[in-house]
Ligand binder design. Structure first.
Ligand code: CU
Length: 150
């Protein structure tokens, strides 16, 4: 069942190349497949790795396919020393919603230069994303992002 959404998320990945504005503001210039992307505030670098996150509203496309996921989270990890994306390893995200309940980890799939997951951010409010990784060097790192859904 999860596999059936890959073509959609891959097509959304193509939209990730044009970061424009920091701070979770909408980027009107960045739109692909009808989905608007926002860049989340950067997480603090961890042990030589930087992480940059984009969030795409995919609700319209997903509901057409009978799915309930509303957003696609895409995170690109970069080796601070080499300035290159790290594409090997594992990543998962735990989402804490406006109700304060932390969800179970959702595996993030390797997608191009980063890792992505489709999430259900069902209602307005603050969402916290805790992205745990075990990348190429097998060390554990945690990056945190947040998003205010209007
Ligand atoms: Cu993605």
């Amino acid at each position: 069942m999860k596999k059936s959404i890959l073509p959609l998320t891959l097509s959304l990945l193509l939209a990730t190349a044009v970061p424009a504005v920091w701070g979770g503001e909408e980027m009107p210039g960045l739109e692909m497949g009808g989905s608007k992307g926002v860049m989340l505030n950067p997480a603090s670098p961890q042990d030589g790795v930087m992480a940059m996150a984009h969030l795409y509203d995919i609700q319209a496309a997903m509901s057409k396919n009978g799915r309930q996921e509303t957003h696609h989270l895409m995170v690109i990890f970069t080796d601070s020393a080499q300035g290159k994306p790290i594409t090997q390893g594992l990543a998962a995200v735990k989402v804490t919603g406006p109700d304060g309940v932390k969800g179970a980890p959702v595996k993030m799939m390797p997608m191009g230069d980063g890792f992505g997951a489709d999430l259900t951010l069902a209602r307005p409010g603050k969402y916290d994303f805790e992205v745990g990784t075990k990348l190429a060097d097998s060390r554990r790192r945690v990056f945190t992002f947040s998003y205010l859904r209007k």
